[in-house]
Design a protein around this ligand. Structure first.
Ligand SMILES: [Ca+2]
Length: 324
């Protein structure tokens, strides 16, 4: 008599309990073994004892980048859902968990996927492309909060994650917002664009709302672009969805003393503004008149603005005016 024992990636019927945050608590081990026995490459439809499974569409999963598709597909994936992106461009997912180990369940065979836990990049996911496959298992960590990022330049899917001895944490709220400038000096008509940095990186919603204390002096649009309207001072404010604020004081001045403002109009609504001394203006006017009358053939005039040479082409000048 021969007893043939077949070892492999068989799964069992698992009883389960659903936690308040949507995780399924494992109550049996893979192949009904005494200890956890699932290994990377096995099909693991349910979490093992000590582990809790969270679906890819759990609200604590923070997907970033473009191209993600979140689908419901009957009978193929955990909770009948899968999140996939097939583009290139480094999209991924961020989440935080408290626990000692992490597993990732996926179905896509892709060796370009990277897992970063607490700032340290782990081995790439590399699998067989089977539904419900355990494609990654981390090392063992201290039982504390861990920050995870999973991403790929090539395409990736995620079906679920399993967490050992813990649970997924709620999405991070914004801790702070900072602007690239706290003061700005502009002359009437000038523009500048502020950049807001929201922390932490995995905050669920990093959107900021822009506002001005006085739009008649300096206005701001929804991308942080300031336009200096008239002389005075205004405060530009960036506010996160969680109410964190950062500000920049903008001082707007008219044409500086002793200078004139030359505005040159060109095709396609292009406008150039230069602040010049009277001598500099006269030099420009001399060139323009000489070119118009044929005294000179020099086709361009050079302005120097903050160390940068800017050339104006005579034939492109529709008109210009001078504000004293
Ligand atoms: Ca799923």
């Amino acid at each position: 008599m021969f007893l043939i024992t077949v070892l492999g990636c068989f799964n069992s019927v698992f009883a389960s309990t659903i936690t308040s945050d949507g995780g399924e608590i494992g109550s049996a081990n893979f192949n009904n073994t005494a200890e956890n026995s699932a290994i990377v490459g096995c099909t693991l439809y349910h979490p093992e004892v000590g582990w809790t499974r969270y679906d890819d569409q759990n609200g604590a999963m923070n997907y970033f980048g473009s191209g993600w598709i979140h689908e419901s597909v009957n009978n193929r994936y955990y909770d009948e859902t899968i999140s996939t992106y097939k583009e290139s461009g480094g999209s991924g997912v961020l989440f935080r968990f408290k626990g000692t180990k992490l597993r990732v369940i996926s179905n896509l065979s892709d060796s370009h996927v990277k897992v970063m836990i607490d700032g340290r990049t782990c081995d790439c996911i590399n699998n067989n492309g089977v539904n419900g496959e355990l494609v990654f298992e981390s090392d063992t960590f201290q039982n504390e909060e861990h920050k995870v990022s999973i991403w790929s330049d090539e395409g990736f899917s995620i079906d679920a994650i399993d967490i050992k001895d813990g649970n997924i944490n709620t999405p991070a709220t914004t801790n702070s917002v900072n602007l690239n400038k706290t003061t700005d000096a502009l002359m009437t008509g000038q523009t500048d664009t502020l950049t807001a940095s929201v922390l932490p990186d995995d905050a669920k919603n990093k959107t900021v709302t822009w506002s001005s204390s006085d739009s008649s002096i300096a206005s701001v649009d929804n991308s942080g672009k300031i336009t200096a309207v008239k002389a005075g001072q205004a405060t530009i404010m960036a506010t996160t969805v969680d109410g964190k604020k950062a500000s920049c004081t903008v001082t707007v001045t008219d044409t500086p003393a002793g200078q004139v403002k030359l505005t040159i109009y060109m095709p396609s609504d292009i406008k150039r503004e230069y602040y010049l001394t009277q001598d500099q203006l006269n030099d420009f006017l001399n060139w323009y008149n000489d070119k118009a009358s044929g005294k000179t053939n020099t086709p361009t005039y050079k302005f120097n603005v903050s160390g940068e040479d800017q050339y104006i082409v005579f034939d492109k000048i529709i008109t210009f005016n001078v504000d004293h």
